[in-house]
Design a protein around this ligand. Structure first.
Ligand SMILES: Nc1ncnc2c1ncn2[C@@H]1O[C@H](COP(=O)(O)OP(=O)(O)OP(=O)(O)O)[C@@H](O)[C@H]1O
Ligand SMILES: [Mg+2]
Length: 259
């Protein structure tokens, strides 16, 4: 199971949008996918149509080890796509992780039993630099960083790279950056806005051209596709799928399979 974190350390950078669509496109391509909602806001859980029933195990119980990993995994309405959900109770894991002394390696350890049950795991992260993020970085082999094509997005990218580097340097993570996706790239007619162009150039200078993925354009269609549970092609906008096609291809190269 290849573990991929969607991480960006600011709010509204496209982490959940990327996680939902990536999970669905990977599943549609025939991969078995485990989506993990590591954000107490639990937007991924909602967007994948999962209602957490009272007393139902979530990522919180999986982290604490009070249930087996299997008990925290649920099917979704999408074939091949499973979820470990969260709710706002997940905030309670922060203290547990910091006092455990092994927070950075705990998620990796908890996911070990599913290593052979899924092809790919996609982890949606919270926006803060928290104990949860540390544990996700410790578990992930690859990190996808979506970041708004704005000055705020550039700052989010830099903070995210710092957080990954920090854990790499102390040997607590072997995560590599899989790619950076500029989010809400704004075009007016045939022209990219100056802000989007300049910010995407700055992002590319920061990470190098080889890590850049095609941008997610500013468009209400992504939101519509997610809320209606359809693909962008089904909405008549196949061009908007391009960033995910390229990302899928990179992932398939990593796991040695055809896209
Ligand atoms: N292509 C797009 N253009 C404009 N808005 C979009 C686009 N895709 C998604 N959105 C909207 O942008 C907002 C932020 O997206 P998203 O929730 O994916 O970010 P996030 O990084 O997960 O946020 P958070 O840090 O709060 O978890 C959402 O309201 C989403 O519906
Ligand atoms: Mg989110």
């Amino acid at each position: 199971m290849l573990k991929i974190a969607c991480m960006s350390l600011s709010g509204g950078q496209g982490k959940t949008t990327t996680s939902v669509l990536l999970g669905k496109y990977l599943a549609a391509a025939g991969h078995t996918v485990l989506a993990i909602d590591a954000d107490p806001q639990s937007n991924l859980t909602t967007f994948l149509g999962h209602d957490v029933a009272p007393d139902e195990p979530t990522l919180l119980e999986v982290f604490k080890g009070t249930v087996s990993l299997e008990e925290g995994i649920y099917p979704t309405q999408v074939d091949n796509l499973f979820i470990i959900p969260s709710d706002d109770g997940l905030d309670g894991v922060q203290d547990y992780l910091s006092s455990s002394g092994v927070g950075a390696i705990l998620l990796k350890k908890r996911l070990e039993p599913s290593q052979d049950s899924f092809d790919i795991c996609v982890i949606d992260c919270p926006p803060q630099r928290s104990q949860i993020c540390k544990s996700v970085i410790g578990a992930a082999e690859q990190v996808v960083i979506p970041c708004e094509a704005t000055v705020k997005g550039y700052g989010s990218l830099v903070r995210t790279m710092d957080a990954v580097n920090e854990l790499q340097e102390i040997g607590a993570s072997g995560a590599k950056i899989l790619g950076v996706i500029p989010f809400r790239d704004r075009w007016v007619g045939a022209n990219q806005t100056q802000e989007s162009r300049m910010c995407i150039e700055a992002i590319a200078n920061e990470v190098g051209a080889e890590l850049m993925l095609p941008s997610i354009r500013e468009s209400e269609r992504y939101k519509q596709a997610i809320s209606k549970g359809v693909t962008l092609s089904e909405l008549g906008m196949p061009d908007l799928e391009y960033p995910f096609e390229v990302l899928l291809k990179r992932i398939c190269e990593l796991i040695g399979q055809k896209p």
